[in-house]
Design a protein around this ligand. Sequence first.
Ligand code: ADP
Length: 447
Amino acid sequence: MNSPSSSFLVFVTFNSSCAADFRFSVGASGEMAARGAKTAGRRFGKISTDVIRINVAGTRYYVVANAAAELGMAASSDDGATDCNVYWIDGPVPLERYLELRSYQKINHFPGMGEISRKDALARNIQRMRKENRREYNFYPGTWVLPADHGVLSQHTARLRRRRQRKTFIVKPHHGSMGNGIYLTQSPDAILPSEKAIVQEYLDKPFLLDGFKCDLRIYVLVTSCKPLRILVFKDGLVRLSTERYSPPSDFNLEQMCMHLTNYSINRHSASFDTDERDDRGSKRTLSSFMVWLHKTGHNVVELWAKIHDIIVKTLILAYPHILHSCTVSRHGHLPNGKSQFFEILGFDVLLDHTLQPWVLEVNRSPSFGTDADLDLHIKTAVIRDALKLANISLSDKLTEEACQRQASRGDLNLTPATPTPDNTTSLLNKLMLQQRKQAGELQRRSD
Ligand code: ADP
């Protein structure tokens, strides 16, 4: 078994330069320009071998081909093109797809990441970690996974009733997204025992922006699992609800445009504010929000540190599963140390009224839809930087073939890793140690 002690955690932030040198025209034509890039990619029927080729047949987002074109890559939307250097796929990737990859090819997902991106799996993994590290995992609201936790939830509700406490819960389908199927309730005992959903404590005192509830979409890039390399994009999105917030009551539980911040829900509201300025409207840039927070006297450095911390701790939950799945699907790591996988995750983070960040969910196929210029700028930059940081090079093909020849001669010692709570805990301990050292260092410097 591979011990995580041989791995180390690299945590860096990557800078967007946020499309400063944006190559395609934006505005109403933004999506068209991107579509043009995809068509341009298609024209490369016979692409010369000195261009990196990205297969975009598995994505519906034109912005991927757009960003790749900025890096001089050739996009192909031919589903049957099996010799591309990179594959970009929107949805979850079946294990066979990983197995089909040739050793020099990369793909924009990690096997095993479902352990944090499925709502029920994330809740279970957090519950497991909380048993030993309650304090470290208090950034996720109390959650019950139905139907299995129905009994425990009933006991909890009974306790609340005895104490005459009235709490609100939010119910989300296990595999739901974009706010579909979500509802609020103050009577969780009325939920059918057979319902396949998670029931979560509703955070009823959110941080309000101009009186509206909001959440943060943070883009996180993972470029390797051994070592676990996590990079956080400096910009992102702030999504606001479209009805002014008031705490949950009998009269407003069904007001989804007040309680949910999903763009997919709020865009249909007549109150959706399409102001395109970064710091106005119902969708804003994360950077403008951070500037505003700073100007209004909030500690942005501390907030970022907390956000980084909860991102790393969430990824630690997936780590043993990713390591195991990578090993199973690719028979271990090849000696040039490069990862065949990379992944952009969309973390949804809610701030409460004390500016504490809470992880609500992790999307492994965050939307790269570009309804507004702001989306186009940020999402193109995220994808472009991810493609750069994924370290794709034409020489990979030659290197990996040489590695394979070595491996087949038995020169490489490739042993599978097994996911155990042990290696998760060990990585968490490592993180704590790292943080203590950093804190000590800061203390020494200030002395
Ligand atoms: P989906 O995947 O369907 O978007 P989310 O878990 O992201 O589901 O929830 C949708 C929205 O509901 C969030 O963006 C947030 O505004 C709100 N929300 C979700 N969970 C909570 C919670 N525990 N407390 C308060 N608001 C929540």
